[in-house]
Design a protein around this ligand. Structure first.
Ligand code: NDP
Length: 279
């Protein structure tokens, strides 16, 4: 059965909208895009639309590809000090001449709506309350929406990136799953997958997870967004065939993607409350 990320995302955004209507000062999100990467432009547009839907003040800052690191650092400092802005998101990937890590470390951790700052990542690791990266946070919501208990399950995460693989592994562990983290050097990936009650695929390779790798009844979360030669989108999971084996599966598009945006809206509201000292 599909897990409908669009429906769940809409429900969450509707709830946020009701809260925002009651606020005199609106939460503000700044989204910074450097260059003209077409996928990034789509993501930024979707984030801007979501801000409009929930009633946030949104500021999109589109910089040319030749923007220097210093110029970008100065902009981040300005946004850090801007009282109208509660969340700062720098769309990745940045052009090669800019050090992404340095940029992320310059964002005020209180405004780090992506949860990528080392302080927030560190807090996630040691189990302290923090800003949780949007995609992993959305994945937990998607799994919970099925009613399936995470506690005690065997979860296999394929991919160990800082933005998806590592944080989702920590969150699944926090929810008492037993975690196996796989990557490009993993031997016999299929053996690990066949032992999984939950598979999270965050690889970036179309149709990588096939039916023979998935145990009957497994919950399959497909994080991948891969643009195929014909212009269509594909996940990392061979959706049509894996659907037969899985109990629940997220489609691409319409699964993890919309939830990432809903969680961005949620993180922005959380940053707002912290900064404005509400609740
Ligand atoms: P990265 O490229 O940073 O990481 C990919 C991971 O996959 C790496 O850890 C890599 O292993 C692993 N991998 C690559 N090949 C294999 C293989 N043959 N077997 C096992 N593991 C392998 O990607 P991201 O984590 O940033 O993103 C993953 C996918 O998710 C992409 O398609 C991206 O577009 C999508 N995405 C979607 C989002 C959404 O909102 N839906 C948000 C973020 C990402 P190693 O470390 O050994 O190289």
């Amino acid at each position: 059965m599909d897990i409908d990320g669009r429906k769940l995302s809409k429900k969450i955004k509707d709830q946020i909208k009701i809260k925002v209507e009651k606020l005199e000062k609106k939460p503000g999100l700044a989204v910074v895009l450097v260059g003209e990467n077409s996928a990034s432009q789509v993501y930024v547009r979707n984030k801007e639309r979501a801000c409009q839907k929930v009633g946030y003040y949104s500021r999109k800052i589109n910089l040319p590809v030749e923007t220097t690191q210093e110029e970008l650092l100065n902009l981040i400092e300005e946004l850090n000090n801007d009282e109208l802005i509660h969340g700062i998101l720098v769309q990745l990937p940045l052009p090669n001449h800019i050090d992404s890590e340095k940029i992320i470390l310059t964002i005020d951790p209180k405004k780090d709506v992506d949860g990528f700052h080392a302080l927030n990542m560190g807090n996630l690791l040691i189990g302290k309350k923090t800003i949780i990266p949007c995609t992993p946070k959305g994945i937990i919501e998607l799994i919970k929406s099925t009613g399936i208990e995470i506690s005690g399950k065997n979860a296999v995460v394929i991919g160990r990136s800082n933005i998806v693989g590592k944080p989702i592994s920590l969150l699944l562990m926090k929810n008492n799953a037993t975690i196996t983290i796989c990557h490009s050097k993993t031997l016999d990936l299929k053996k690990h997958c066949l032992n999984a009650d939950i598979i999270v695929a965050a690889i970036g390779k179309p149709n990588f997870v096939t039916e023979d790798m998935v145990k009957k009844g497994c919950v399959v979360i497909d994080v991948g967004i891969n643009r195929l030669d014909d212009g269509s989108l594909s996940g990392d999971v061979d959706y049509i065939n894996v659907k037969n084996n899985s109990s629940y599966i997220t489609p691409v598009p319409g699964g993890v993607g919309p939830m990432t945006i809903a969680m961005l809206m949620q993180n922005t509201l959380e940053c707002y409350k912290e900064i404005e000292k509400l609740e």
